[in-house]
Design a protein around this ligand. Structure first.
Ligand code: PLP
Length: 384
């Protein structure tokens, strides 16, 4: 079966921007103040209210927020930071950026997040911080994570890039924890086109975050200025902040719709050819997870095509898909720094078999059914 001309291509992700937001952006462009200003203040205030009143500062990416988060946690050359190899490479690149050393702990193959037993085993006297990643918006066991952090006196910089709208036992991600890093990249559940935010512990930390965000500058009075820390250039434009504000109004609906679509995926896949062949499904969590992505793992040993072939077959049927993510430690930069295949076999296996299927708010149940039918059909056609 090939794509019929009447069925539009279904991408794996597509942002939903309403007309009110588009008009709001036009108003910002006409206002005479287009970079960091009143829209950012409003966005920070709204994010802070969402995160239980904790201080929030916006940044121009979720990579900047992770890097500044590590600086705020006091991570410096010689320190080790423990994280997962199953993430976007940003998560560990920032550890090198601040001069520290990434230490990976393999994943739990069920949750696909860092295995907290392995995390604990990886702690050394040099460990300064932990970066847990909430892959696809599924939080790790936050009670256990923070028990480990407290016991070993470690800072936590949560890579919650994918977890805006997610929660842990009724508490919002961002409203709890140590330093929390969000990304508002175009593909995330809440977008400002590009952007990010840090949720912080107190005003002193927020003031320092603000310095790191813009050249270490503090202004006093109408003409006073000093620079007392080495900051960078990480501020968010007001155009971007206005997009984020427009999105934030809908976050509860976005999350509810994603959860409903995820439920539909499970129902539709049940008992089908793909599952019978051993296709892996994510954890069916509809309380904590914000369903940033719906990711299957392919039963490649049972198929006569590889993952690229499988994705091509989906594409021929008018369906987009993605890979999130190849194991970080197998990238050239990381191999050059001593990492090898076989070190984190579960993350490696996930990285080789994972496929992200379409999931975004404007999808319909019929779209989900079309995707599931295509996956089952391809699996049946190429079963060994
Ligand atoms: C998107 C993402 C980042 C980086 O965010 P950017 O805004 O793209 O810089 C970091 N970690 C994870 C897990 C992400 O998904």
């Amino acid at each position: 079966m090939t794509q019929s001309a009447s069925v539009p291509f279904l991408p794996f992700v597509r942002p939903e921007i309403d007309e009110e937001t588009i008009q709001g952006v036009v108003d910002v462009l006409r206002s005479g103040w287009i970079t960091t200003g009143p829209q950012n203040q409003a966005f920070e205030a709204a994010l802070s209210a969402y995160c239980g009143g904790r201080p929030v500062r916006t940044f121009n990416s979720g990579t900047a927020t992770l890097e500044i988060g590590l600086r705020l946690a006091g991570v410096s050359p010689g320190d080790e930071v423990i994280t997962t190899p199953a993430s976007w490479v940003s998560t560990s690149n920032v550890i090198y950026e601040v001069g520290a050393t990434p230490v990976f702990a393999d994943i739990d193959p069920v949750t696909r997040n860092i295995d907290l037993d392995k995390l604990e085993a990886a702690i050394t006297p040099k460990t300064k911080a932990i970066i847990p990643v909430f892959l696809a918006g599924l939080p790790v066991d936050m009670d256990r994570l923070y028990a480990i952090a407290r016991q070993h006196k470690l800072r936590v910089v949560e890579d919650a890039a994918q977890a805006f709208g997610a929660s842990w036992n009724g508490k919002r991600i961002g409203a709890i924890g140590d330093i929390v890093s969000f990304s508002f990249h175009a593909n995330k559940n809440l977008t400002s086109i590009e952007g990010g935010a840090l949720v912080l512990n107190d005003e002193a930390e927020a003031v320092l975050a603000q310095k790191y965000r813009l050249q270490g500058i503090t202004r006093t009075g109408i003409d006073g200025m000093d620079c007392d820390v080495l900051g960078g250039k990480y501020n968010l434009t007001d155009v971007a902040a206005r997009v984020g504000l427009g999105q934030l109004k809908h976050i509860e609906r976005f999350t509810a719709q994603r959860r409903a679509l995820a439920r539909r995926y499970f129902a539709q896949f049940e008992g089908g050819a793909a599952v019978k062949l051993g296709m892996g499904l994510p954890v069916a969590d509809f309380d904590n997870c914000n369903w940033h992505m719906f990711q299957i793992t392919l039963p490649l040993e049972q198929l006569s095509i590889d993952r690229a072939g499988f994705m091509e077959q989906l594409k021929e049927r008018g369906i987009g898909s993605g890979v999130h993510y190849p194991a970080i430690h197998l990238f050239t930069l990381y191999r050059e720094r001593g990492f090898k295949a076989g070190m984190f076999p579960l993350a490696e296996r996930l990285g080789k078999t994972t496929v992200t299927l379409p999931l975004f708010t404007q999808m319909t149940d019929a779209d989900v059914e079309r995707v599931c039918d295509a996956v089952n059909e391809i699996c049946a056609q190429y079963a060994k």
